[in-house]
Design a protein around this ligand. Structure first.
Ligand SMILES: [Zn+2]
Ligand SMILES: [Zn+2]
Length: 315
């Protein structure tokens, strides 16, 4: 495999370092993409099938354990996206071991949002151009629908932007996962089906079965996870309060923070992107941070970066 690592490190201005920094981020040398509407129809068909696969819920019915599984797999995988794909792989806001790093990547991949290198490279691009011409997903530049989901199946956005993620592309296991990312959601789907089938045989009182557990635990949970995650690119740039005068339209939104385990404090995040904590004050609920804080107590992660108090309190 040929890796094209195209890095040019340029000095950042001091004000940029203070206000919008993402530590260790390589400078972007790719030109902003031109406005294009060339779609990968394979990618659209994939999204459509994921949504259509929820419809058999009308036939398989529901059970408390199937709905519980959907909620649990939403929560666990949302954490993998927010704590893993976003705060770790995109922003390096904490450190961890190679084993935990791969575990976070694998769990994130099971959300069927491609691999961590693809996801994090695109997200670094977003921070560089946020709501300016060239941003991959900006309600201001391309409209709400394109910012929410329409940017993903664009041909130009499907390849991994290797030059934006050299710090993690050096790990062969992560490159392997990115190129085989589809295996993770397939495995999770198969596991939910197998669990439902086992429960039907050994615990029939629970009222579930393989197809029901697959529809709720995998398809409905994954589609909810899609739109929960995507709200940060669409709604969190249009709906909410702006505490800091960042160069973009990012907002703080309590409801989005609940839905996304803390990512709704998006104006805070664009203001100081390398902070592991996006809810800057105690009343800004940030469940991802609470989990990472707990993992730090257990020694699983360390060096959690925080926003300096004097910058946090500056308006
Ligand atoms: Zn943003
Ligand atoms: Zn970010």
């Amino acid at each position: 495999m040929v890796l094209e690592l195209n890095i040019q490190l340029k000095p950042l201005s001091e004000s940029r370092i203070m206000a919008q920094q993402t530590l260790h981020r390589p400078q972007i040398v790719t030109p902003p993409p031109q406005t294009a509407t060339t779609y990968s129809y394979t990618a659209w068909v994939f999204f459509a099938l994921m949504h259509l696969a929820c419809l058999p819920v009308l036939f398989v019915g529901w059970s408390p354990i199937a709905i519980g599984m959907a909620v649990a797999l939403y929560g666990v995988r949302m954490f993998a996206i927010t704590g893993g794909y976003h705060r770790y792989f995109s922003h390096r806001s904490f450190k961890t071991s190679r084993g935990v790093q791969f575990f976070l990547a694998l769990l994130g991949a099971s959300a069927a949002q491609q691999g961590p290198l693809w996801w994090a490279a695109n997200h670094r691009h977003h921070h560089h151009f946020s709501d300016q011409p060239g941003d991959l997903h900006s309600p201001k530049q391309q409209g709400f629908f394109m910012a929410h989901i329409g940017w993903i199946p664009l041909q130009q956005n499907l390849p991994i932007r290797w030059n934006l993620i050299p710090d993690f592309a050096k790990y062969p296991e992560l490159r392997w996962l990115d190129q085989n990312h589809i295996l993770a959601p397939f495995a999770l789907g198969a596991l939910t089906f197998a669990l439902g089938s086992l429960l039907e045989t050994f615990a029939p009182g629970l009222g579930t079965n393989g197809p029901q557990m697959l529809i709720w635990g995998f398809f409905i949970s994954t589609v909810a996870l899609y739109h929960g995650t995507f709200t940060i690119n669409s709604l969190a740039h249009t709906w909410g309060q702006r505490r800091y005068a960042t160069k973009d339209d990012s907002r703080n939104n309590f409801w989005l923070a609940l839905l996304t385990l803390g990512e709704g404090w998006h104006n805070n995040h664009h203001y100081y992107a390398s902070s592991v904590r996006q809810g800057f004050y105690w009343w800004e609920i940030d469940i991802t941070y609470y989990v990472l804080w707990s993992m730090a107590r257990l020694g699983l992660v360390w060096d959690l970066k925080q926003v300096p108090r004097h910058l946090r309190d500056r308006r």
